[in-house]
Design a protein around this ligand. Sequence first.
Ligand SMILES: [Zn+2]
Length: 233
Amino acid sequence: MNCWICKKNKADSKEHLIKASDIKNHFGEISKERPLFQHTLNKTKRPKKIYARQNNRFKQNNPTICSYCNNTKTQPFDNAWSRIFSYIQVNEDILTTIKVLELKNVFPSNTYKHAVELYLYLMKITGCYFSDNAVPINYNILSKCIRESKCTDHFNVLFFCIDRVTDLTITQIDELHDENGQAEFAWCYFFNTMGVRMSIESTPKQIDSTPYMWNPQRRKNLPILIRPHSLYS
Ligand SMILES: [Zn+2]
């Protein structure tokens, strides 16, 4: 199988759906004496026990991306996520109160460029997660965006806060259909009292009907609005 992003190189790399740095940042060092348990919202699955340096269980099951695309090409995207994740960790109480995430506070210079990188990081992990699970979406739209550092109305992000505290959790992939039968595939990543929902729509949503939906090209230089209640609560 070739890499779903460049389509040229053999897929030889597995993406961390939860970054190792997120885990360290959130939980501190983990070890055999201090393991983690990976829960999913699928209650039929037993939590997986995770030790230091064995956190590849947060990785995809099968490689769908090449090392170049995963490490070199998308490094700035990973860095943008690390910065936003650290910022949210430190400022979570304020953010869940005011429900506004000002990107210029996180990225004081080149704010829009970094906003797109953040968006493309979430697109990358979504593409890896979906391709690993053979979700029937048009991967060409996503791979073109990642190769050209562009946004698309087909991929949108929603930041939200929830009432309860969660550990780092990724959900299953949900398939939703609107009244016209158009498909949307979505999943969420929860951390503490916040989460991010990533969705791919076969027909782009009207922005007016989805004010919390974040896409940097639609809300250029505007803050991310944090939705008060989870879609999954
Ligand atoms: Zn590649």
